[in-house]
Design a protein around this ligand. Structure first.
Ligand code: AP5
Ligand code: MG
Length: 193
């Protein structure tokens, strides 16, 4: 089997991780893991995971690392058996240093490389405007404020973590969807060169 390559999309709530993951999954024939979408699906179906995760997601807090790391673990086990997949976009994972370390350990066991970590950079002010216009259950102003704070405290340290590993590239997230996609594709081309 070909080795798998992983792209990690980092960035605050509303920075466009999901939008770009969908565009690039299609363009580059990749597999997309959105932990947020998976959690919302589980909450809707009232699965055991959904019941455990619900109070965290609805308050804008992070779901405990153990649950998310188990989720990532089963995703990778499953995806390694799908022969046609050559690449994965991780959207919303990792979000803590513990999760990033668990990912490093997992990929050491499998034939998987992190190709790039793409940070979608955008101001809080723009985020508030974007999310106000979307209206997901966790898009209420108070919750957005908390999600941003959680991002700053728990996820932003990953920028340094991946910069130290020479994997980090920052993209201006405040461009049109198409320009953001093109910027990402240019970064990926440069990685190959
Ligand atoms: P998650 O679903 O990942 O939410 P999030 O990180 O807050 O990010 P969003 O999905 O809101 O934004 P996005 O960056 O995907 O932007 P989007 O493309 O949608 O996580 C939800 C919750 O799950 C967390 O709060 C936590 O509780 C839990 N969770 C998830 N992962 C976890 C983990 N690893 N550990 C623990 N807990 C976890 O775009 C936003 C809007 O902007 C859209 O309306 C879109 O149309 C618009 N837009 C996008 N791009 C552009 C553009 N270029 N120009 C104009 N508008 C644009
Ligand atoms: Mg998203």
């Amino acid at each position: 089997m070909k080795s798998l390559e992983v792209l990690i999309f980092l960035g605050p709530p509303g920075s466009g991780k999901g939008t770009q993951a969908e565009i690039l999954t299609e363009k580059l024939n990749l597999n997309h893991l959105s932990v947020g979408d998976l959690l919302r699906e589980n909450i809707k179906k009232k699965t055991a995971l959904g019941k455990l995760a619900e109070s965290y997601v609805s308050s804008g807090e992070l779901v405990p690392d153990e649950l998310i790391i188990d989720l990532m673990d089963s995703y990778f086990t499953n995806i390694k058996n799908q022969r046609e997949t050559s690449g994965i976009i991780l959207d919303g994972f990792p979000r803590t240093i513990n999760q990033a370390i668990a990912l490093e350990n997992k990929i050491k066991q499998l034939d998987v490389n992190i190709k790039a970590v793409l940070n979608l950079d955008i101001s809080d002010q723009k985020i508030l405007i974007r999310l106000a216009g979307r209206g997901r259950d966790d898009d209420k102003p108070e919750l957005i404020k908390n999600r941003l704070e959680v991002y700053r405290n728990q996820t932003e340290p990953l920028l340094e973590f991946y910069n130290d590993r020479s994997l980090l590239d920052s993209i201006d997230g405040d461009q049109s969807e198409e320009d953001v996609s093109n910027s990402i594709i240019n970064v990926l081309k440069a990685e190959v060169a």
